[in-house]
Each structure stands twice: as C-alpha cells, then as structure tokens.
Design a protein around this ligand. Structure first.
Ligand code: TGC
Ligand code: FAD
Length: 397
C-alpha cells in the first residue's frame, strides 16, 4: 500500500540544496563553533584590517586560532586536532565567509607549513615545531614562488649547496603569506639532488624579509619577500622525506582543498548580503528584489553558491575515504573560485553605490578573490590540470 509522503519543505534560502543536512553532528558542531568565533572576533574588525592593509596583531590572531583548534586541525598527533577533511573544510568555509585573508592565515600555517613538516619532517622537526604551531605559539610560512617562477615552480633559482655537513641557501622567494611574521619558513630550493625542502628559522643569519605593500587584494593578510643570502643551516634543517617537485605540490593539494571550501564561504557571504539588500533596498516604490532582473541575479547566485557547497562536500567525502586525487582538487579550485568570483561581482553591482564601500563585504570579497584565483595555481593552471586529466595530454609546455 502506498503511504502518502509528507509534503517536502520549501528550500531554505540560506542552504537551498540542504547540503549541510548531510553533515554529522560533530561536523555541525565544528561549523557552529568556528562560525561563532568568526562572527564574534573577526567580522567586527576585518574591514578595519583590510583598510589598514595589514593584520595588526598576527601573534594574537595565531594564538586565538590555536585556541580555537583550527591550526593543522586535520593532521594527526603532535598536538594537532586529527579532525576529518570535511570538518577542516567547514572551518575554512566559515573563515573565508569573513575574509579570504583570514582563511589564508590558517591555510598557510596548517596546510602548507605544518603539512610539509608533518609529511616530510624528521621526528625531531615534528616534535619541535608542530605542537607550538598547532597552539599558535609559532608562525610558519611556505616559500615556493619566486620573482621569476610562479606557475612553473620547477624553474626555481633558489639554490642550496652542500658545504661539509651544512647547507648554504641563496635566493629570493616572493609573495609569501606571513613571511615577515614567521618563526620558521619552509623554503624549497634546487640542489644537486633535485628540489629539496628546508626548515629555516627566520632568525638565521642571512635571512631577511620585506613586506609587500600597495596590494589592492588580500589586504587583511601579510605578504612578504624572503631573501636568503648565504643562509647556513645544519644538516638537520633538511626535510628528509621531501624529494623532488612532487613534495611541495603535495602540500599545495592540502591548501587548495581548503580553498575549495573557502571560496564557497566567500560566495555565500556575498549572496547573503545581496539577498538582504535586495529585500530592504527600495527603488521605484518597491524592494529591488521584486524586479525580475534582480531575481535572475539571485537565481544565478543561488545556483553558483549551492554548486560550490556541494562540490566542496563531495571532495571532502572523497578525501576522507582516501579517494581524492589532486585533479579532483583542481576541479574544485577551478570551479568554486570562478563561481565565487561571479557571485561577488554580481553582488557588488546589486548593492549600487553602497557596494563599493567597506560598509558591505561584497567588494572586499570581490577583490580578495582576485588573489584566490591567482595563488595556489591560477585558473589557467587548474584548467590545464583538468584538461590533462581527461585527455592524458600535458599542455603545460
Ligand atoms: P610535473 O612534471 O607535472 O610534476 C612534477 C612531479 O609532481 C607530481 N605532481 C603532483 N604531485 C602531487 N600533487 C600535485 N598536485 C601534483 N602535480 C604534479 C607529478 O606527478 C610529478 O611527479 P614525478 O614523480 O613524476 O616527478 O611538474 P611541472 O613542472 O610540469 O608543473 C606542473 C604544474 C604546473 C601543475 C605545477 O607546477 C603547478 O601546480 N604550478 C602552480 C604553482 C602553484 O600553485 N604555486 C603555489 C605556491 S604556494 C601559494 O600560492 C600559497 S598561497 C596560500 C594562501 O595564502 O592561502
Ligand atoms: P605567472 O606564473 O607569471 O602567470 C602569469 C599569467 O600567465 C597567469 O595568468 C597564468 O595563469 C598564465 N600562465 C602561466 N603559465 C601558463 C601556461 N602554461 N598556460 C597558460 N597560461 C599560463 N606563493 C608561495 O609560495 N607562498 C605563499 O605563501 C604565497 N602567498 C601568496 C599571497 C598572495 C597575496 C599572492 C597574490 C600570491 C601568493 N603566492 C604565494 C604566489 C602565488 O602562488 C603565485 O602568484 C601564483 O602561483 C602565480 O604565479 P605568478 O604570480 O608568478 O604568475
């Protein structure tokens, strides 16, 4: 006998495809904890930080993120949280709903610097650095990009040469998030034995940094140049497990995965602001949300935001099963950042003149997303990765 089903509930405008109903209780708790922290501690300040073009108290912020438990939260042992990939992704989503620069802070610490040490470091390096980095008592950065090698990191010029048992490093790294506030820099350098990774204490003689200013994007984030002039390091500074370009690229997969979720958060924040504005702003005697052209924009945003949320969760589930290939991550970074860029640009327009101010988050997100589309592999690089994956033909060179 057919039992009549209860009528389906109308979609929730804030989670149209009910993606978050697929979360476990633990995942939902993590989402809510990070969201509450972000709303209380970050959101009220972020416009000022963005306007100032810096993070005024990076050490305090690191400690606060450490107390929250989001630094290296997906890594096992050594004081790290050992959470699932989905939980880590949700944290990235909630942080980037506030600002991409704040998710970047957490990504660089946990997914790049700590992940490199966790994957490739010696037991001594792990025991020395990971617990204090997880607690936010030490800050790490990740130096791969150089002035003349960005998309093509294999062309790096930074060189490490052996001198007795020591290593001597020379070169310049560019665009390094948290470079000038870091205690330790993971630096990638060419050696006679291929590309190797080094854990460089930033007080080492010959190591210096310059802050990159005049940025029009990711302003609530510190970006620096690293200069290495005859930096002499003991043999123990080498990350013993990291051999070849695949090592830094494997760390990038971790950070790119966080961006997949983060972009969904930035898109959601822009959509929420646009929806609220569309319902409250009146022109021609009615809310602008009542005009057909505005509703089309909202419909496009709902589709982009919900596709992005779904893709992030799918990748997270694949990652937790151990089935997330780096080309899956390229798909997510390519698709979700582009979706977030479309949503942010549309939301900016819907806010009219108000949309160009820091009173509303939309233009801040829009310009931040220019960076997000550039770092961790540009849109073109991920398009080429997807193209290579489906054709078997590499078109990078
Ligand atoms: P290719 O010959 O393809 O690869 C070299 C070796 O690496 C392997 N591989 C990967 N392994 C793990 N994960 C990946 N995603 C991998 N991609 C490739 C590959 O199988 C090979 O292994 P093997 O054993 O055969 O040697 O290398 P290529 O020189 O042709 O370059 C490939 C390309 C273009 C995809 C790669 O270099 C690339 O991804 N370029 C983009 C560079 C980039 O994303 N830089 C990011 C810098 S860090 C940053 O931006 C931090 S911002 C963080 C923040 O603030 O949030
Ligand atoms: P290029 O590689 O010179 O690219 C220029 C243009 O050419 C792009 O449009 C690119 O897509 C295109 N292009 C390049 N190759 C191809 C090709 N084969 N086919 C088609 N088009 C191509 N790096 C770090 O190592 N650590 C960090 O912490 C870090 N933080 C960053 C923070 C910020 C705010 C920014 C903006 C960047 C950061 N980066 C960091 C650097 C970032 O990863 C690089 O900017 C990025 O990889 C692109 O390199 P590039 O800027 O040299 O551009």
């Amino acid at each position: 006998m057919n039992v009549p089903r209860p009528k389906a509930a109308a979609p929730d405008p804030h989670d149209f495809l009910a993606v978050d109903t697929d979360l476990s209780d633990t995942e939902r708790d993590i989402r809510d904890t990070v969201r509450a922290f972000a709303t209380r501690e970050l959101l009220p300040n972020v416009a000022d930080w963005f306007e100032a073009g810096t993070l005024p108290d990076p050490r305090g912020l690191a400690k606060a993120f450490g107390d929250l438990g989001v630094l290296g939260m997906h890594l096992e042992g050594y004081g790290c949280g050992g959470s699932s990939a989905v939980s880590y992704g949700l944290a990235c989503r909630e942080l980037e709903a506030v600002d991409s620069g704040l998710r970047s802070f957490v990504s660089v610490q946990g997914s790049l610097a700590m992940a490199a040490i966790h994957k490739y470091g010696s037991e001594e390096q792990k025991n020395t650095w990971l617990p204090k980095m997880a607690a936010g008592e030490a800050i790490g950065c990740f130096g791969l990009t150089e002035p003349d090698s960005g998309s093509d990191p294999g062309a790096m010029r930074t060189r490490a040469r052996k001198d007795g048992t020591d290593w001597v490093l020379n070169g310049t790294k560019m665009w390094i998030t948290n470079g000038s506030v870091a205690d330790a820099a993971v630096v990638w350098a060419a050696t006679d034995d291929g590309i190797r990774g080094f854990l460089v204490p930033t007080d080492a003689p010959g190591f210096s940094t310059n802050v990159i200013d005049k940025k029009l994007s990711l302003r609530a984030s510190i970006t620096s140049e690293l200069v290495l002039e005859d930096v002499r390091l003991p043999a123990e500074a080498l990350l013993p497990g990291a051999k070849g370009l695949g090592a830094p690229l494997s760390c990038l997969n971790e950070a790119r995965y966080g961006i997949v979720w983060g972009a969904a958060g930035a898109a959601q924040a822009c959509y929420e602001s646009a929806l609220e504005y569309a319902l409250s702003r009146e022109q021609f005697g009615r809310p602008i949300g009542g005009f057909q052209l505005t509703q089309r924009k909202l419909a496009d945003m709902v589709v982009d935001v919900n596709h992005a949320r779904m893709a992030a969760l799918r990748l997270g589930r694949l990652k937790d099963e151990g089935n997330c290939h780096h080309n899956h991550v390229s798909f997510g970074k390519f698709a979700n950042v582009a979706a977030a860029q479309r949503v942010a640009a549309t939301a900016r327009g819907m806010h009219g003149a108000n949309g160009i101010t820091l009173e509303y988050p939309v233009m801040r997100h829009m310009v931040n997303l220019e960076t997000v589309a550039t770092y961790e592999g540009t849109e073109e690089i991920h398009a080429l990765s997807i193209g290579q994956s489906v054709t078997g033909i590499s078109a990078f060179r």
